[in-house]
Write a protein that binds this ligand. Structure first.
Ligand code: BTN
Length: 320
């Protein structure tokens, strides 16, 4: 892609690059170079242009652009094919459309700067203000049974926690089944949907909603963002790259059917286990102590009668 090549070339040259050099390097006319430079400026890059000297890159915007996500991405598969949009109703729908039409590979990533109908679990909406968060859906084509797909949600939650820890040092933790919290406030959510037959998964779409640079004024009291916790802006590109790298590592364990290390890591990062909780689903709730996670991803709750109850879905509230 020409814009990608222009940015790469300018990044690798700290000083000015002449229009002629760029046009030779890219095998396009100087007028075409100018047109692409103009387009890059429109998307937020500051590119200085000085007669007789050429072009110099002065500022790279924190935008989710395919070449920015790919540059320095330490994965082999995830995020190498990237579809970026300014706005979408939901990245989930676009990822489904691409996967259903066989128009993308395993690991393809669909991101949008904003969503108009971002969706969360249990029919909720996902607040997706422009340029402030990461709204991304990852297409996976794993060789797993439909009943094993909830492992992908666990892997994604682990990857988000580890990505937050590595990028910011903040102590992110997982609330069952798939919320990522910092100091008990939700900073990220994961939505896993699949296209499958009874015994065969065609593809899985993992949606990541990450509150990165959203201000306090725009979030409900029970939510937070990395910016609020850190007191400063976080690079969405670097954060997303870190999450993808961790995701690839843990997803690799699933593909090798090594579920135990995933379960162990999930437990280490969990803030749910050991707590007194209320778990609600369809206006019904049970209370008790969250004691364990089952092999199929259920939460085991010990109630006051001493019964162990396994819950596969529901919303957890902490009681202590
Ligand atoms: C939840 O906690 O309820 C899950 C939220 C998932 C939100 C993400 S944002 C990117 C992707 N597109 C959507 O419409 N939803 C997911």
């Amino acid at each position: 892609m020409i814009p990608e090549e222009i940015i790469q070339y300018l990044k690798s040259n700290a000083t000015f690059v002449s229009g002629q050099k760029l046009s030779q390097h890219l095998k396009i006319s100087r007028a075409a170079v100018w047109k692409y430079v103009h387009e890059l400026r429109e998307s937020g890059y500051r590119i200085e242009a000085v007669p007789h000297r050429g072009y110099r890159l002065k500022f790279v915007p924190d935008k989710l652009l395919p070449w920015e996500i790919r540059a320095g991405l330490a994965t082999r598969v995830l995020g190498h094919e990237v579809f970026c949009y300014d706005t979408l109703p939901s990245t989930m729908d676009e990822a489904f459309r691409l996967a259903e039409g066989n128009q993308c590979r395993e690991g393809a990533l669909v991101c949008a700067e904003s969503q108009t109908r971002g969706r969360g679990r249990m029919g909720r909406t996902w607040f997706s203000p422009k340029g402030k968060g990461i709204y991304a859906s990852l297409v996976l084509k794993p060789f797993l049974a439909p009943s094993e797909v909830s492992w992908i949600t666990f892997v994604a939650a682990i990857a988000v926690c580890e990505g937050i820890r590595q990028t910011t040092g903040l102590a992110a933790a997982i609330k069952w089944p798939n919320d990522v919290l910092i100091k008990r406030k939700k900073v990220a959510g994961i939505l896993t949907e699949m296209n499958a037959e009874v015994d065969r998964v065609h593809f899985v779409v993992v949606g990541l909603g990450l509150n990165v640079n959203i201000d306090k004024a725009h979030l409900p009291p029970q939510a937070t963002s990395l910016r609020m916790e850190l007191g400063g802006k976080v690079s969405r590109v670097l954060f997303l790259q870190a999450v993808l790298k961790q995701m690839e590592h843990w997803y690799g364990c699933l593909l090798e059917r090594r579920f135990t290390p995933v379960l162990e890591r999930w437990k280490e990062l969990s803030v749910t286990l050991g707590r007194r909780i209320r778990i609600s689903e369809h206006h019904k709730a049970i209370e008790g102590k969250a004691v364990d996670l089952s092999d199929d991803g259920g939460l085991i709750v010990l109630n006051s009668d001493g019964d162990l109850i396994k819950k596969m879905t529901g919303d957890v509230e902490f009681l202590d």
